[in-house]
Design a protein around this ligand. Structure first.
Ligand code: SAM
Length: 247
């Protein structure tokens, strides 16, 4: 809990999901920063090559700790096979459970917001029955995308929907037809399909493509004619906005 001097300390035997924002370390909240300073254990996902986007975003906060934290790396294979992911989450929950049972505070860092397509959600499912849990929201990639574009996501009566490249063609097509503003997450492998669907639904001119928002290698393509019709990085998304917006 916060106290009068606005400092926030990780509580013992508590499991925290803490958002670190979309990429710019300055978009990590003060609350998450203070949790990182005070937690006994810091955990995060990493790819099989050892890289962790969440840890990288939080690197300044980790470096400014007065003592080293114990770090629990949860290696996640890049696969659409949920059974592999579930095995990794089961093993991670068991490992984190031991720390919580020993009375330690555990902070799981999550890129963006922890409960928006966030890996923390799957650990929360596994640990919330037995342990005290808290969530610290983070700035999600959709918000960072609209800020980078300097375009509102929604205005007045405009409808807004979020889908992902893992949805079927039919689901994406229906969404593009039914909603004014659409964000398509997980666009990496799905980019050629998404481009075809934008053409098919007449939303090509409404589309914007962004990758690595807030990172040094951020790329923003406002005219889809300039985007290669090929797969791209995992950290990419499309924002589709009507050409004519309500006044
Ligand atoms: C597992 S979801 C995590 C979403 C995250 N929790 C959030 O709040 O934005 C991963 C997807 O989010 C999107 N994403 C997250 N960060 C991004 C960034 N910095 N730039 C572009 N896309 C990003 C991509 O579509 C990526 O495939």
């Amino acid at each position: 809990m916060s106290n009068s001097n606005h400092s926030y300390k990780a509580k013992k035997a508590t499991f925290y999901g803490a958002g670190v924002g979309p990429g710019d370390p300055l978009l990590l909240t003060i609350k998450t920063h203070q949790l990182i300073q005070t937690a006994d254990v810091i955990s995060y996902l990493a790819s099989t090559d050892g890289h962790s986007q969440a840890r990288d975003i939080a690197r300044h906060s980790l470096a400014s700790r007065t003592s080293d934290a114990e770090e629990v790396v949860v290696t996640m294979p890049m696969s659409t096979d949920r059974s592999q992911a579930n095995c990794a989450y089961d093993a991670a929950a068991q490992q984190l459970q031991k720390h919580l049972q020993a009375g330690k505070s555990v902070v799981f860092l999550c890129e963006g917001d922890p409960l928006f397509f966030g890996s923390f959600s799957y650990l929360l499912q596994r640990l919330s029955d037995d342990f005290s849990c808290q969530v610290v929201p983070g700035i999600a990639s959709v918000n960072a995308a609209s800020a980078a574009l300097q375009q509102p996501l929604t205005l007045l009566q405009e409808s807004f929907a979020v889908v992902s490249g893992r949805h079927t063609d039919q689901q994406i097509e229906n969404t593009l037809q039914q909603h004014d503003s659409v964000v398509i997450m997980k666009a990496g492998l799905a980019r050629p399909r998404i481009l075809a669907l934008l053409r098919k639904t007449g939303r090509w001119a409404d589309g914007h493509y962004l990758e690595y928002i807030g990172r040094d290698n951020q790329r923003l393509v406002a005219n889809l004619d300039e985007l290669e019709d090929q797969t791209g990085p995992y950290f990419s998304l499309f924002v589709i906005l009507r050409g004519e917006r309500p006044a």
